[in-house]
Design a protein around this ligand. Structure first.
Ligand code: HEM
Ligand SMILES: CC(C)=CCC/C(C)=C/CC/C(C)=C/COP(=O)(O)OP(=O)(O)O
Length: 315
């Protein structure tokens, strides 16, 4: 399909000369700040629950590096995806497709910030953390954005791993290594990403179809997507209990993880059973899928919050 090639000439030509403030907000928008909140929170929790200690200034610097590095990855993603972003309603007003930031400037911005975040992480904490930060930026940009996103409906399963690295990076910033527990936290975010994104893609698939991006509902249909959401939610509900199963977290965490897992399963089952037509399209504007997406955000926030509380307050 044409989705494997870049679409040329799709950039909207209407450059606007906004105020200084709106220019700044455009550069901030390149970092995908709303998505960053949860990415950075999982990184912060990885740092807080790691054994050992880190000077607060260095800890804050590490979190800042994760923020800037992940933001840089977002900017590079928007630079590469500017052609398809111009075709999707959700993304057409982004600074590059709307003509408010030149593609080359965004590319330079992403490279400079990405390189600076890795360098600063290495100097302020250690080079293991810097290595995983660099790996996650490169993974998001090269493996997800450039390689997989336009080629396979498994794009977010494999490419989504990029968003699962922050707890590993936060942990490594403190300990200088990556043992079993940070990889369990990685596993949780890894299993969380497909239901998070596919729930949203159930109602955003028109955008992806228009842009030729082979997201699961476009390629396999809504019914199969609803099934896959449930399968990954089962994996996620079990993964959420792993920090307790290996003795890293206590019963309070286990109770929260079990409740959250049950809640997510409830939403996934409702999404599967949502009234559909014969193509699997929802007859009620994907109400259950929208709730599943909203629940996914709450799930990760509360689960990681509970782990931090369990380790820092109750342990
Ligand atoms: C390949 C993996 C992922 C894909 C394709 C994806 C896609 C999306 C999309 C399309 C949205 C809709 C709103 C927007 O454009 O901002 C969204 C929202 C969001 N995502 Fe993801 N996501 C992924 C992974 C993650 C990860 C790993 C995190 C954090 C750990 C995350 C956190 C969020 C948050 C917090 C929002 C809500 C933003 C808002 O309030 O607008 N996502 N995601
Ligand atoms: C530490 C580090 C480098 C982390 C990077 C991880 C990161 C930014 C993960 C978020 C993943 C994400 C927003 C995917 C959006 O997919 P998309 O790009 O297809 O979405 P779009 O259609 O909104 O552009």
């Amino acid at each position: 399909m044409s989705g494997t090639t870049r679409l040329e000439g799709a950039q909207a030509p209407f450059a606007t000369s906004g105020s200084h403030l709106s220019e700044v907000s455009d550069w901030i928008a390149l970092l995908k700040p709303r998505v960053l909140t949860l990415v950075v929170f999982t990184g912060l929790v990885g740092l807080l629950v790691a054994p050992g200690s880190i000077h607060p200034v260095l800890g804050l610097t590490a979190v800042l590096c994760i923020t800037i590095g992940a933001g840089a990855a977002g900017a590079l993603n928007m630079w590469y995806d500017r052609d398809i972003d111009a075709l999707m309603r959700r993304t057409a007003r982004r600074p590059i497709p709307a003509g408010r930031i030149a593609p080359d400037a965004a590319l330079g911005f992403g490279i400079v910030l990405g390189t600076a975040s890795v360098g600063l992480m290495g100097l302020a904490t250690n080079w293991v953390a810097a290595f995983w930060l660099a790996a996650s930026i490169l993974f998001y940009v090269l493996v997800y954005t450039v390689w997989l996103k336009r080629r396979t409906c498994q794009n977010i399963v494999i490419g989504g791993a990029a968003g699962a690295f922050p707890p590993v990076i936060g942990w490594a910033a403190v300990t200088g290594d990556t043992t079993l527990v940070p990889w369990l936290l990685f596993t949780i975010v890894f299993a969380w990403t497909p239901p998070h994104f596919w729930a949203l893609s159930l109602w955003a698939h028109g955008d992806y179809a228009r842009a030729g991006v082979p997201m699961l509902p476009v390629v396999a249909g809504a019914r199969e997507t609803r099934r896959q959401i449930l399968i990954y939610t089962v994996v996620l509900a079990v993964s959420g209990l792993l920090p307790w199963a290996v003795g890293f977290a206590g019963p309070a965490y286990a109770a929260v993880a079990a409740l959250l897992g049950g809640g997510f399963l409830y939403h996934a089952i409702r999404t599967l059973r949502e009234a559909q037509d014969e193509e699997g399209r929802s007859l009620v504007q994907d109400a259950a899928a929208r709730k599943t997406f909203a629940f996914s955000l709450m799930y990760l926030f509360i689960l990681f919050g509970a782990l931090a509380l369990d380790r820092l307050v109750l342990a």
